[in-house]
Design a protein around this ligand. Sequence first.
Ligand code: RTP
Ligand code: MG
Length: 166
Amino acid sequence: MIMELSIDYSDIVKVYRMEQTYVMVKPDGVQRGLIGEIISRIERRGLKIISLRMNVIEEATAKEHYSEHETKPFFSSLVKFIISGPSVSMVVAGKDVIKIMRTISGATNPVDATPGTIRGDFSLDIGRNVIHASDSSDAAAREIAIHFKDTEIWKYSKVDEVCIYE
Ligand code: RTP
Ligand code: MG
């Protein structure tokens, strides 16, 4: 028997209006083979990756990205670490994605990160906490613009969105 779902596919376009955030698998996450694990967690949650790139971030870009911390004692070691090897940058879209990505990521200091979060499952040290995710809508807009051109961000529908969103 063939069953048809009674779903209104015309609503799919709503997802375009949802939030976007910037996510990075930091150099430690890349070295430890966690790219796939992290991307899987993002996808399985129902979030949509709308841009994706591996590169070694330029020093000036890393300084701009973390400019809110430029007076902190850990700033120079943080920048040095972020540019130390390839990282994976993404733009992720979805309903409440900024808050959800922060929750999936876990507390900044892994000692406080709940098991089940990325930091709580895969890290031990605050300076090697595997993932970055924007912490507010202003930060998300700023960070996406630092790391991606508009033309690198893909606004597409996914067929499962009718099952993920009410
Ligand atoms: P991120 O920006 O990397 O996603 O991390 P976050 O929002 O959870 O934490 P934030 O306060 O923005 O700090 C940025 C990164 O700096 C390192 N850090 N070290 N030694 C220290 O006290 C210290 N505090 C922060 C961490 O690697 C943190 O992810
Ligand atoms: Mg931060």
